[in-house]
Design a protein around this ligand. Structure first.
Ligand code: ATP
Length: 583
C-alpha cells in the first residue's frame, strides 16, 4: 500500500468509528466501493476495534492539548505505526536507488573507457556482474515500493559489497601488471588513486546516507582499512609491488581514509543532529524548538516552548531510525500513556502528545532544570547518605502511586531519576521514562513487552532477567536498591565485562556490601539496601510503601534539609559561573 492509500484508510476508519456500530461496515463499503484493498484494511481495523484490541484512547491526566493535525480524529496507533514505517522505509529506499543508479552509470562509463582507450576485454566480466547487481537492486527498489527495511538493508550490502569487490579486483590487477612491467610511476599512481577513490566513497557515504554516528562508525572504520589491505594483498602476491612503491618520494600516503572516516562520522553526527532539529522544528508547528538536550536509547529530547501558552517544555520524539521498529514505537506510546495516567508530583508530568500528519510520534513534558542522578554522581561524586535517602524517599512516593495503579516501571535507574529545582524547592525528585512500563492489568498477550527482557542490566532485578513474564512491583524495589547502592558507592551492585555478564551476576551472585566500597555508610541504611537486593522476591522488602517506611526510619533520614539542598545548588551554580571564561 502507498502512503496515500494509508491516509485514505485512516480517513475512512476515523469517520466510520464516529457512526453507530451497525452503520460502520456499510459506510466503509460505500466509501471504498472502488478500492477493495482499502476496504479490506478498514474492515480489519473495524473488526479489531469491535474486539477491543485497538489500544484505548489515552490519557486520564492531563487532558492534553493534543496537536494532532486533525484534532477531531482519534489516534489509531496501528495507523501511526504504518505511517511511520512507511515514511522511513521510503526515504532509505529512495537514497539507495539513487546510489545504485550513480554506481551503475559510473561502471557503464568505465566499461566504455576500457573499450575506447585500452581495447581490453579482461575487465568486462567483473563490471558486467557488478552492473547487473546495481541495476537489479535499483530496479527492484523502483518497482517494489513495499520492500521491507531488512530487504533494503540487504540491497545496500549487496550494492556496496559488489562495487567494493570490483574496485579491489581492478586495483590489485593494475598493481600487479605495473609491477610486472617494472612501471613504478603507474603503480604509485594506482596506489594513490586507490586511496583517493575510497576516501571519496567514505565522504560521500558519510554525508549522503542518513546515519547516527555509531552506525556510520561501524560501517566506515572497516571500509577505511580496505585500501591498506588491498596494497598488502598486492605486495603479498608480488613482492616487486612493495619495492616499487618504496620509490615513491613522498612515501606512503597519510592514512587519508581513516581521516576521511573520522570526518564522515563527525559529519554524520552533525547532519543527524541538524536533520533532527529541522525535522522537529518543521513538524511540531505549535512548539518553538529551542535546543537539543540529549538522546536516550530510543528518543531525542529537545527544549521547546509552546507558541501560544509560552510554556517551556521538553519534547521527546522517537528517532527516525527506530520508526522502522514496531516494538520501539509501541514502547514510546506505552511510555506516554502510562506516564499520563499518573498524577504524583514526583512523576514527570506529560502536557501534550500526538503525532504529526506525517506520522512522527512525540510528547511534550515539563522541562526539568537540574540533572539526572547518573550525571549528578558522575560529576560531583557519591552522595552523602542523608541526601541519597532524600532522593530515594521521593522515588518511592512516585512508585507507590504507579504500583497501586497496577504499573511496574521496570527501568528505575539513576539516569531516569531527575534532581530538579521545582517551585522554589531544591533537590525535588522526578521519576521519568516509563518507557518499558508494564501495566499489570493488561492481558499479558496484549502486552508488547511482557515476554521480553527489558531494562538496564546494572539495575535489573533477577526475575526481570530470568522470567520477565513474572515480574511484579517488587522488581522495582530491587532496582531502587541498586540505585541506592549506586548513589552511595558510585557503582551498581554488579559490573560485568558485557551486559550479559552483568545480567548473569544479577541472577547468580550476591552483591558486596556497600560498606566494602565506602566506610561511612549507616548500618541501618545498608540493611535496607541489602533487603531490597534480595534475590528471592519473598525475602525482599514487600513494596514501595514498606520501603518508604523503612527509609524514613533510617537515622539519617531528614538530615538533608532544604537549606543543605539550596546551598549545594548555589555552590554548583557558582562553580559553573567561575568556569565561564571572561574576556
Ligand atoms: N523533562 C526533561 N527535562 C530536561 N531534561 C530531560 C527531560 N527528560 C529527559 N531529559 C534529559 O534528556 C536526555 C535524554 O533522555 P532520555 O530519557 O531520552 O534518555 P535516557 O534516560 O538517558 O536513556 P534511555 O531512554 O535509553 O533510558 C537525558 O540526559 C535526560 O536527563
Amino acid at each position: 500500500m502507498t502512503p496515500t492509500q494509508y491516509t485514505r484508510v485512516k480517513e475512512v476508519f476515523s469517520e466510520a468509528i464516529k457512526l453507530p456500530p451497525r452503520d460502520r461496515v456499510a459506510f466503509a463499503q460505500q466509501q471504498c466501493s472502488e478500492t477493495p484493498e482499502i476496504l479490506t484494511e478498514v474492515l480489519s481495523l473495524l473488526k479489531h476495534h469491535f474486539a477491543g484490541t485497538v489500544l484505548e484512547s489515552p490519557p486520564s491526566r492531563p487532558p492534553p492539548d493534543t496537536i494532532i493535525a486533525e484534532p477531531s480524529s482519534p489516534i489509531d496507533p496501528n495507523l501511526v505505526l504504518k505511517d511511520v514505517w512507511e515514511d522511513n522505509r521510503q526515504i532509505l529506499r529512495r537514497r539507495l536507488i539513487a546510489i545504485a543508479s550513480v554506481m551503475a552509470v559510473l561502471i557503464a562509463i568505465s566499461m566504455v573507457r576500457l573499450f575506447t582507450y585500452h581495447n581490453a576485454v579482461w575487465g568486462y566480466g567483473g563490471r558486467i556482474g557488478t552492473l547487473a547487481v546495481t541495476v537489479g537492486c535499483a530496479t527492484i527498489l523502483v518497482y517494489k515500493p513495499r520492500v521491507t527495511l531488512l530487504q533494503i538493508r540487504g540491497a545496500e550490502v549487496m550494492v556496496m559489497a559488489s562495487v567494493g569487490l570490483l574496485a579491489i579486483v581492478i586495483v590489485v590487477r593494475l598493481m600487479l601488471e605495473s609491477a610486472a612491467r617494472q612501471d613504478a610511476v603507474t603503480l604509485i599512481s594506482v596506489h594513490n588513486w586507490n586511496f583517493f577513490v575510497w576516501t571519496l566513497i567514505i565522504l560521500v557515504y558519510g554525508v549522503f546516507m542518513p546515519n547516527t554516528w555509531r552506525r556510520a562508525a561501524t560501517i566506515l572504520i572497516p571500509v577505511a582499512i580496505i585500501p591498506g589491505l588491498v596494497t598488502l594483498l598486492a605486495i603479498r602476491l608480488d613482492s616487486r609491488v612493495g619495492m616499487l612503491l618504496g620509490q615513491d618520494e613522498f612515501g606512503m600516503p597519510l592514512p587519508v581514509t581513516l581521516i576521511a572516516a573520522g570526518v564522515s562520522i563527525y559529519a554524520a553526527h552533525l547532519i543527524h543532529g541538524a536533520r533532527l532539529f529541522a525535522y522537529t522544528a518543521q513538524r511540531l508547528a505549535q512548539y518553538k524548538v529551542k535546543r537539543f538536550i540529549g538522546e536516550g536509547g530510543m528518543g531525542q529530547v529537545f527544549e521547546a516552548e509552546h507558541r501560544m501558552l509560552k510554556r517551556p517544555c521538553a519534547i521527546k520524539l522517537i528517532q527516525p531510525e527506530y520508526c522502522a521498529d514496531d516494538q520501539a514505537l509501541q514502547r514510546f506510546q506505552c511510555e506516554v500513556r502510562a506516564t499520563a495516567k499518573l498524577t504524583h508530583s514526583h512523576t514527570i508530568e506529560i502536557y501534550d502528545y500526538g503525532q504529526t500528519k506525517d506520522g512522527v510520534f512525540f510528547f511534550a513534558m515539563e522541562l526539568l532544570p537540574g540533572m539526572n542522578l547518573r550525571n549528578l554522581v558522575d560529576t560531583t561524586g557519591t552522595l552523602p547518605a542523608p541526601r541519597a535517602v532524600h532522593f530515594l524517599v521521593q522515588v518511592c512516593e512516585a512508585l507507590c502511586e504507579a504500583h497501586s495503579a497496577g504499573m511496574i516501571h521496570r527501568d528505575v535507574k539513576p539516569a531516569n531519576i531527575f534532581a530538579s529545582q521545582r517551585g522554589g524547592i531544591d533537590d525535588f525528585t522526578k521519576l521519568l521514562d516509563f518507557g518499558v512500563v508494564r501495566e499489570l492489568s493488561l492481558n499479558p498477550q496484549h502486552s508488547v513487552e511482557s515476554n521480553m527482557v527489558a531494562g538496564t542490566p546494572g539495575f535489573m532485578s533477577p526475575e526481570q532477567i530470568a522470567s520477565p513474564c513474572d515480574v511484579d512491583a517488587r522488581s522495582d524495589i530491587y532496582s531502587v536498591g541498586a540505585v541506592a547502592y549506586f548513589l552511595l558507592t558510585g557503582r551498581p551492585p554488579f559490573i560485568g565485562d558485557s551486559p550479559l555478564e552483568t545480567m548473569m551476576a544479577q541472577v547468580n551472585q550476591t552483591p558486596d556490601l556497600p560498606s566494602t566500597y565506602r566506610d561511612d555508610i549507616p548500618p541501618d541504611l545498608q540493611s535496607v539496601i541489602m533487603r531490597c537486593l534480595a534475590k528471592e522476591v519473598e525475602q525482599r522488602i514487600a513494596g514501595a510503601n514498606c520501603l518508604l517506611d523503612e527509609l524514613k526510619r533510617c537515622k539519617c533520614a531528614d538530615r538533608w534539609t532544604q537549606r543543605d539542598a539550596t546551598t549545594w545548588w548555589r555552590e554548583q551554580a557558582m562553580k559553573a559561573n567561575a568556569q565561564v571564561p571572561t574576556l
